[in-house]
Ligand binder design. Sequence first.
Ligand code: FES
Length: 138
Amino acid sequence: MELRFATRHPFPLYCTLNPNFSLALGVLMVYPDFSVGVKEVDLGTEASFTEFPATIELEGGDFYLAKGKDGVLRLLSSLCPHSWGTVYMEDTCFMCPSHGWRFEPFTGNCINGPIAQMYSFAVTARNGHLFAELPDKK
Ligand code: FES
């Protein structure tokens, strides 16, 4: 079953019932719809980010710029991959108050639930600026 709908987030989403996971747990999984293309968004200068994860607001949505232990930068969405709760930083990890899923602050991997990850977008550095690739709203 697939259903497309608009969200408050800057990328369109679609719902799908994953027969291997969702039906067994009665959970509705939501995924970004990458079929609409990708656009590059300027996050600002590299020097402006001194602590990670850093909160960034982009096009009406909240994101976190996270830096892995390997030095890789990722842009993580605050939209919970479970069912649209809002993930925020609490103590030493990300937390979704809706059902209590927690995510580690370097990669957004879920640390107390099923195999899941916060929506993550590639970040590259160029000419002193950081750029993220986000799904393009058409
Ligand atoms: S919406 Fe269920 S844990 Fe986030």
